[in-house]
Design a protein around this ligand. Structure first.
Ligand code: GDP
Length: 296
């Protein structure tokens, strides 16, 4: 189920409550069943859906609800709050600050959209008056160097990388040092992603993190990934200090729900959503407005 359909299903479940003459346990249970089915069909992790259901049930205790209270409003608010909770780890995302070199490292599996998103983010902050630059520490995927360099040229930001050097740790360290000396205030390091969570990938990731001491590590996840998302995101979090999440490919037919589980798995907020292949296809993310939009 794509995200727009998920929103429609949840809205429909809430309308059934609004229309019901009497609100009793059955009405609430039916609504919860519909909402939970829709979330699971969108690939939100089953464990999270069970938790959400329990929390809404607790917030909406029909027996204990004082007479005269607006039950419908309370139910709507409980659903809204729990959907927000699903997307809000209760932690503020790292915000790059001007006047200092903010070092950001990107991690994620190959094909997740890291290289594209590195460039999009550099473009985003350039518009905000930053002096961004990018470092290609992906020495594994043939083409990563050219791809990032071409994007950097397109958005007119400095690029550092090497065709011949295979040591990604060395490249990232050299690139970050050079750009720091040049006074750049946003240095984004693109690392390599492999197909699976091989030990080699994690070791290299940790070594790069040790070498460049990033202010933030951003985990990039493909929005079309299914129930495997939670475990995959957890695996990354166990290896490096992921601080934020970006979910890509939410244009098209991505279900999205799987990737949304990355928030719980990494205990990190989503900072951007990728909505296309172009440099401008990046939306900054706020849990409340996302849920508001989802529910129409
Ligand atoms: P990496 O291996 O993680 O660096 O992934 P890439 O940045 O090379 O992206 C893999 C593919 O996904 C490329 O064809 C990108 O153009 C595409 N891509 C990345 N982000 C998005 C997005 O938000 N929407 C769409 N439709 N495609 C994307």
């Amino acid at each position: 189920m794509v995200l727009a359909d998920l929103g429609n299903k949840i809205t429909a479940a809430l309308s059934n409550v609004t229309r019901a003459n009497v609100i009793d346990d059955k009405v609430v249970d039916d609504m919860l069943k519909e909402i939970c089915n829709a979330l699971v069909a969108s690939d939100v992790s089953v464990g999270l859906v069970v938790k959400l259901r329990k929390n809404i049930k607790m917030a909406v205790n029909i027996q204990e609800m004082a007479a005269g209270l607006n039950q419908r409003k309370i139910i709507q608010k409980a659903v809204f709050d729990e959907l927000c909770n699903l997307l809000d780890p209760g932690k503020k995302a790292y915000q790059p600050k001007k006047g200092k070199p903010n070092v950001i490292m990107f991690v994620g599996l190959q094909g997740a959209g890291k290289t594209t998103t590195v460039s999009k983010m550099a473009n985003y902050y350039k518009r905000k008056g930053f002096n961004p630059c990018v470092v290609c520490a992906d020495t594994y995927r043939a083409g990563a160097f050219d791809q990032l360099r071409q994007n950097a040229t397109k958005i007119k930001v400095p690029f550092y990388g090497s065709y011949t050097e295979a040591d990604a740790v060395k490249i990232s360290q050299e690139g970050v040092e050079l750009f720091k000396k040049e006074g750049k205030d946003l240095i984004i390091v693109d690392t390599s992603g492999r197909h699976k969570q091989e030990a080699g990938l994690f070791l290299e990731m940790q070594q790069i993190a040790e070498a460049v001491k990033p202010d933030n590590i951003i985990f990039v996840m493909d929005g079309s990934i299914g129930q495997a998302a939670f475990d995959q995101a957890s695996a990354f979090k166990k290896q490096v200090a992921v601080g934020s999440v970006i979910i890509t490919k939410l244009d098209g037919h991505a279900k999205g729900g799987g990737a949304l589980s990355a928030v719980a798995a990494t205990e990190s907020p989503i900072v951007f959503l990728g909505t296309g292949e172009h440099m401008d296809d990046l939306d900054s993310f706020d849990a409340q407005s996302f849920v508001q939009k989802l529910l129409g």
